[in-house]
Ligand binder design. Structure first.
Ligand SMILES: Cc1cc2nc3c(=O)[nH]c(=O)nc-3n(C[C@H](O)[C@H](O)[C@H](O)COP(=O)(O)OP(=O)(O)OC[C@H]3O[C@@H](n4cnc5c(N)ncnc54)[C@H](O)[C@@H]3O)c2cc1C
Length: 376
């Protein structure tokens, strides 16, 4: 299907099914409510076919350009039907399964994620390993035909809801760095896994600590080659910084419009509004180019760090403006709208951390795009 036809058909379907798709809760809702809403919207959109466009037929998709799924996420976010961050985890994890899982496994699993029947999480970060991911130590040992996994992950988004995890493990010698890492697709219901949600300052428990105590995983759940998990990670991260950010940009644009409507006359400095508008425009222009490169079949790489820098700048710029323009409501109001602005303002601080911190993104741009040399 062509993009223009897809857009108008999706828009029409969203209009016609507005009542069935709307959240049952006021405002942004709790994380439990957001997850239930996400599952509902994905199921309806999958069963109507929309959620399948832009994905390969071998994993239950209907084919077509990746621009189709970029638009669907944009439309769902712009209409406030899904929270963009949790919606876009599909964009981060499904491409990896398609590229690296054994074909039968990808064919069995990806439709469950697309339809919202399952939630997956991304087990990369560890207590001692965030930016320096190559130092991770959660160990997997091969015995006969299964892995035995022992170790800990942290900041694992949605782990408490997840049915599966794309997990990075150490399978080589401790000093093997990025050469001794293997990616494994783990069932979160496996015996030996303990998930402890972590409360965040914005009031949700979006992520968790996850403990693995001699967890058995069949060897056919290996993603890619043993010892080559670094490539899996390097391919996931650009996805985390591409279509997901297009969706996030749609959310930010909508919130800027709502801020302009909600702020009292004179509460917002025109120069600051103009600056945020420019930041959002730069993000959208950059992310649009990334969507088109992805659609043209190009391999995404370190250049997506530019998208992530622009996203974090725009998100924090917008919510700085929220803090200034709606100060009273944001700081003390207890109505649904104020609570939402407040939670989003607090969450915006995470934009320079998740998906790789702002400093690390700038290091990537400096070293890998501008050839400015390594750390001293
Ligand atoms: C909302 C949220 C969701 C997340 N979800 C997930 C998830 O689902 N799965 C997952 O695996 N992880 C997740 N993370 C973790 C995230 O990827 C890490 O927090 C991030 O990579 C930074 O790692 P760290 O917290 O260990 O900080 P550190 O790596 O300890 O960094 C601390 C500070 O030092 C700076 N720094 C570190 N090294 C350098 C350097 N070489 N040069 C310059 N500055 C440096 C960093 O920029 C940062 O400011 C999430 C984080 C957040 C906030």
């Amino acid at each position: 299907m062509e993009l223009d036809a897809f857009r108008s058909s999706v828009d029409r379907w969203l209009d016609e099914h507005a009542a069935a798709l709307s959240p049952d809760h006021p405002g942004m809702g709790t994380l439990d409510q957001q997850m239930a809403q996400l599952a509902k919207v994905k199921r309806l959109a999958y069963d109507a076919g929309w959620m399948r466009w832009g994905w390969p037929e071998r994993v239950g998709g209907l084919g077509g350009s990746t621009l189709l799924r970029a638009y669907l996420g944009e439309a769902l976010t712009a209409r406030d039907l899904v929270e963009s961050g949790i919606y876009s985890l599909t964009e981060v994890l499904a491409p990896t399964m398609i590229d690296y899982a054994p074909p039968e496994l990808a064919a069995a699993m990806v439709p469950r994620l697309l339809r919202g029947d399952e939630t997956w999480c991304q087990g990369f970060s560890e207590p001692g390993t965030g930016s320096n991911l190559a130092a991770l130590s959660c160990r997997a040992t091969l015995t006969d035909d299964e892995w035995r996994i022992t170790g800990q992950k942290v900041w694992t988004s949605l782990a408490q809801y997840a049915d599966r995890c794309v997990l990075l493990t150490r399978t080589g010698a401790p000093e093997s760095a990025h050469r001794g890492i293997t990616a494994i697709f783990v069932d979160m219901a496996s015996p030996g896994i303990t998930v402890r949600p972590l409360e965040t300052m914005h009031g949700g428990a979006e992520f968790s600590e996850v403990f693995f105590d001699d967890v058995a995983v069949p060897v056919d759940r290996t993603l890619g080659e043993v010892g080559r998990g670094w490539s899996v990670a390097m391919d996931i991260l650009p996805f985390e910084r591409s279509t997901a950010l297009w969706h996030r940009g749609a959310f930010l644009n909508r919130r800027l419009e709502q801020l302009l409507a909600a702020a009292a006359a004179g509460a917002l400095a025109p120069a600051e509004v103009g600056e945020v508008f420019q930041q959002l425009y730069a993000l959208r222009a950059r992310s649009r180019a990334t969507q088109h490169r992805l659609a043209a079949g190009q391999r995404l790489g370190p250049e997506t760090s530019v998208d992530k820098i622009l996203l974090a700048t725009a998100e924090q710029g917008l919510f700085d403006l929220v803090g200034a323009g709606l100060a009273q409501d944001v700081l003390v109001g207890d109505d649904v709208s104020s609570e939402r602005w407040r939670a989003e303002l607090l969450y915006s601080r995470a934009a320079t951390i998740y998906g790789g911190s702002a400093e690390i993104q700038r290091n990537i741009v400096a070293r890998r795009m501008l050839d400015l040399g390594a750390d001293r």
